[in-house]
Design a protein around this ligand. Structure first.
Ligand SMILES: [Zn+2]
Length: 228
């Protein structure tokens, strides 16, 4: 084949034809592995939607370490949150109710932030209006003070044990600690530091050596610098 010059129309046509020949017209379905047209979005054999990988990868390439630095410098992370929330909103409209965890590695394990487009707080308020419903859903068996407009209730696990006037709410915490002491209950892990601090700093009680966790020591340090 003669090498086409830039000005040769025939040559251009040949080049175009060669390019078309070289470009794949077929690809393999990502699911059933049958041959399908390269532009096919949904496989005609199995109905699987084909991943739009190439375009997506190109879009991803635009976001580099430089982009990351730019976000940090300009504190424009809120824009990313807005874009994320918009995306979650779209999924919610499509009735695929999304929940997104943004996690970070810390010394104490993974800490996750939780994004959710429906109003979970409103739903939580609804359930807390009904103490029975709340108690049934409780995952912990430790004592808890429930506060309503009229009164306070102490429950252990999902069993209500005492009610008292809402004005005496400030005593509720003492009752709570009293149950731990009287029934020799173990502090649940997720609030053990808080309860240990109450034990030593409010009740002025000593603490067992095994409860002197790094988390407790850190909390005490912060507590002391706060009250100084
Ligand atoms: Zn297929």
């Amino acid at each position: 084949m003669p090498r086409p010059t830039k000005r040769s129309l025939a040559g251009k046509k040949n080049l175009a034809a060669a390019a078309v020949e070289e470009m794949p017209t077929q690809k393999v379905c990502s699911f059933c592995k049958e041959n399908i047209g390269v532009a096919t979005k949904t496989c005609k054999h199995c109905g699987t939607k084909q991943p739009a990988k190439e375009r997506l990868e190109k879009q991803k390439e635009k976001f580099t370490a430089e982009w990351k630095e730019h976000q940090k410098k300009n504190c424009s992370i809120n824009k990313v949150y807005d874009a994320t929330n918009l995306l979650l909103h779209k999924w919610n409209l499509l009735e695929s109710h999304p929940v997104l965890f943004l996690s970070k590695k810390t010394k104490n394990g993974i800490v996750a932030e939780f994004l959710c487009p429906w109003d979970i707080e409103a739903e939580a308020e609804e359930t807390s209006e009904d103490p029975d419903g709340f108690l049934r859903q409780r995952p912990l068996s430790c004592p808890v003070v429930l506060v309503s407009e009229d009164n306070c209730m102490i429950a252990i696990g999902n069993m209500p044990v005492t009610t008292f006037n809402a004005e005496r709410f400030n005593e509720g915490l003492l009752y709570l600690m009293a149950y731990y002491y009287a029934l020799h209950l173990t502090y649940p892990k997720c609030i053990s530091t808080l309860l240990s601090v109450l034990q030593t700093e409010i009740l002025q009680d000593s603490i067992h050596e095994q409860d002197l966790t790094p988390s407790y020591k850190k909390a005490i340090g912060e507590w002391k610098s706060f009250i100084e």
